[in-house]
Design a protein around this ligand. Sequence first.
Ligand code: CP
Ligand code: NVA
Length: 291
Amino acid sequence: MNKHFLNLKEYGSTGVRDLVHGALELKNGSHQKNLKGKYLALIFEKSSTRTRLSFEVAMNQLGGRASFLSVNDLQLGRGEPISDTSKIISSMADGIVLRTLKHSTLEKFAESSSVPTINGLTDLSHPCQLLADMLTFVEHKGSLENKKVCWVGDFNNVCYSYMEAAEIFNFNLTIVCPDEYKPIDIELNSNVELTNSIDSGLKEADLVTTDVWVSMGDEKDSERRLSLFSNYQISPTVMNKAKSDAIFLHCLPAIRGQEISADMLDDPRSKVWEQAENRLHAQKSLLLALL
Ligand code: CP
Ligand code: NVA
């Protein structure tokens, strides 16, 4: 039996907490080349800077190797079934990171994979991002227990992973989203609140986070999104509605002038550069646990 990392909840609370704790130790400690001889395959259907590089560098620093395989270069892009591709690659590699358009592709791949399969982002979730976000919060503010986290944006992949993280780390999550983008059939846990008001969402928040208004794959809806989200931009002035010691995170890439003002990432409350670097430490923790 191997353990995949498809979603935070499926991986389990204790496991996820251990990954974040492990990432903190790795960041502050020395590197052991514990993955010598191990090989990681990265298969991406969508663009990536941080996820791809952090996995490649993590493998390198831990003594292993990684290869990036674009779907366009694989026979997968010419119609070879996902299950066949999974069987072949997992018969050679020790772990696989997949970034797919559809979450169901990741699940199909994992079903046929004999080695750990890692979700490098799908339309439904981005669990690796949350490991880095939780690590960044813990470094700055300590425990997440009973803290207030405010997500401003649509119910996208990162938002769904925040909902899972809220359950695991026991924080209160407020989602600020225009009515038009509230999913009709969603059931929210008791520690998740939904509002269309940026004022009430940010009130007393310890962490404010946002993401692009148009995620990869949602481009056909761009015009409507840009118009309906136009009052939901985070700027240093908007951040003043949160707690005075609140921090700001963004998974990046960001679009200045849309979800954030031109000066937001340079505000002292923004911890986005550390958050991005933390992808590397989090990835190492994950690879050591799975491989
Ligand atoms: N945040 C994140 O996953 O970035 P990339 O798309 O660059 O990997
Ligand atoms: N929600 C964004 C995250 C990018 C890392 C997207 O899916 O495009």
